[in-house]
Write a protein that binds this ligand. Structure first.
Ligand code: ZN
Length: 134
């Protein structure tokens, strides 16, 4: 059902510093940069093999990532799995009783469609399902 790990999301208060680490020190090329208003973040995707690291900086303290940083500080934020049919995946997860944050897909970075599962349902790991744009 889940095809592969698409990306790991990393929350940071210092986007340029994080880019300096991942691009400058780790040698991962920046593939995309976008402000995703609906999620309250500025996001930067860097390539690593077929996957990505997604750096996330909040647009304000009342956004989900802003609240995460206030509570937990910078660090690993979520894991995202790629799927080919997000509706089908979400309906299977609902059938299995997995609690959702998003009952319906919403627009994510690079015109992908995404939905988050509730960390209460996933052992504390915020989990994202992503159907990349075709
Ligand atoms: Zn993500």
């Amino acid at each position: 059902m889940l095809d592969r790990i698409d990306h790991v999301g990393v929350a940071t208060e210092n986007l340029e510093g994080a880019i300096a680490l991942y691009e400058g020190s780790f040698g991962m090329p920046v593939a995309h940069r976008e402000t995703v208003e609906s999620q309250g973040v500025e996001a930067v995707l860097l390539d690593v093999g077929e996957g990505h690291v997604e750096l996330l900086a909040p647009l304000g303290p009342d956004t989900p990532v802003g609240k995460f940083l206030a509570k937990k500080g910078p660090g690993l934020h979520h894991v995202a799995y790629a799927v080919s049919d997000i509706e089908d995946t979400l309906s299977k997860l609902k059938e299995a009783g997995v609690e959702m944050i998003d009952n319906e897909p919403r627009v994510g970075i690079r015109d992908s469609r995404v939905a988050f599962l509730h960390p209460k349902a996933t052992g504390g790991v915020l989990t994202e399902i992503v159907e990349p744009a075709h």
